[in-house]
Design a protein around this ligand. Structure first.
Ligand code: AMP
Length: 322
């Protein structure tokens, strides 16, 4: 495994691989790697000849100085995880390598209008500009490749897809299922900052999604009714401050009043739990496809036990690839 800090070294390694006819898979991360990241790497490992993982806590996407200061950094352990999964290249740049003028922000940034504006975009102004900018740079550094992103950050995936499509970047964006703890909590690098009580309360996000899915399964087709079901569950956990619960069109992320095609909507939730903000999402129906925003369908079996959207549901074997 090669571990490099400079964009130039990373590009050279991946250019060389492609020159030898090998395909490249890229997994962008902020480190503090967990089984969610691991599932992305394993998918890239299974589908690509050369796997590159970037580890970079991107200051441009953090609004809250405390969030970035407290963000876990575990590079040594992360390198060991990458080694275990069989990653070929780890790109772990410094902030100055990515943004030479830092702390002055870069002169060139990328903004994706529309899908980036609501939900996380509304609650975290500038966040998706930071994401789009760093991902555009990572794509430029990596070159033609498949890039693996988690459905966990559903809106981020939509933003990255829109950017890659509209800027005609030579990157195929692949959405991967959410990996959860056995009790339903979606894995997140921020979970380590939760106290035991907060960790327990945090399951309310996935419980809210389950309640809305149950209502949808029972035939409920009103977006506001499903949203109310999620709010009711969230209200039962006073330690959790719900930011939003919404039923949205999976492609546009616009709120849906009446669900016509349950397979085309996504349930979104975000909440403050103690010191951290957590997000989660799911399809509206159990057994629905994991990534409704892509078109090609293949059958694959998942390698990690808890990759289904609902931990209570059997591990899903049908998923779409981007
Ligand atoms: P992060 O390090 O949080 O920026 O995440 C890096 C990538 O891992 C993103 O594409 C995330 O969507 C993905 N990811 C994070 N948590 C999970 C999870 N629980 N399941 C699947 N993918 C995840």
């Amino acid at each position: 495994m090669d571990s490099v800090e400079t964009a130039r070294s990373c590009s050279q390694l991946l250019d060389r691989a492609r020159a030898e006819g090998r395909s490249v898979g890229l997994v962008p991360t902020m480190g503090a790697l967990h089984d969610g990241h691991r599932s992305l790497m394993a998918r890239a490992r299974a589908e690509c000849d050369v796997v590159a993982v970037s580890i970079f806590v991107n200051p441009l996407q953090f609004g809250d100085p405390e969030d970035i200061e407290k963000y876990p950094r575990t590079l040594e352990r992360d390198l060991a995880v990458c080694g275990e999964v069989g990653v070929d290249v780890v790109f772990a740049p410094t902030v100055r390598e990515m943004y030479p003028t830092w702390p002055a922000p870069p002169a060139t940034t990328v903004s994706v209008h529309g899908v980036s504006e609501g939900w996380e975009g509304a609650s975290r102004p500038g966040h998706f500009d930071g994401v789009a900018t760093v991902v555009a740079k990572l794509f430029a550094i990596a070159g033609p490749c498949r890039a693996y992103f988690g459905l966990k950050d559903f809106q981020q995936l939509a933003v990255v897809r829109a950017m890659a499509r509209e800027l005609v970047l030579p990157v195929e964006v692949v959405g991967c299922p959410i990996v959860r703890e056995p009790d339903g909590l979606a894995l997140s690098s921020r979970n380590v900052r939760l106290s035991a009580a907060e960790r327990q309360a945090a399951t309310v996000l996935s419980r809210a999604l389950s309640a809305a899915r149950a209502a949808a399964a029972a035939g409920e087709r009103s977006g506001p009714a499903l949203t109310a079901a999620m709010r009711t569950v969230a209200a039962g956990e006073p330690a959790v401050c719900l930011d939003y619960a919404a039923v949205v069109d999976a492609a546009s992320l616009d709120e849906v009043a009446t669900i016509v095609d349950p397979g085309a909507v996504r349930l979104l939730v975000a909440a403050q739990v103690g010191p951290v903000r957590l997000i989660d999402n799911s399809a509206a129906l159990d057994g629905a496809d994991d990534d409704p925003t892509t078109t090609a369908m293949t059958t694959t079996t998942t390698t990690t036990p808890q990759t289904a959207d609902d931990a209570a549901a059997p591990a899903r074997q049908l998923e779409r690839t981007g």
